[in-house]
Design a binder for this molecule. Structure first.
Ligand SMILES: [Zn+2]
Length: 67
């Protein structure tokens, strides 16, 4: 098939609720990657202290999870 959507599993009968859950999970993953991606490159964060930027990214991740 020419679908660009993820091909894992059949997924043909995934309802709107399931799709919303997957979209939500992707946003949470994205927010988490933004946070961890920052902490890897940031010197203060590498020492275990979340800098202002990291705290903002973490807050975004928490807010996304809670949505
Ligand atoms: Zn940082």
């Amino acid at each position: 098939m020419g679908s660009s959507w993820r091909s894992s599993g059949s997924g043909a009968d995934a309802g709107p609720v399931q799709q919303a859950v997957e979209a939500q999970q992707m946003r949470v993953d994205e927010a988490w990657r933004a946070y961890t991606g920052h902490t890897r490159k940031c010197t203060p964060c590498a020492t275990g202290i979340d800098c202002a930027k990291a705290q903002t990214l973490k807050a975004v991740w928490r807010a996304t999870k809670a949505t």
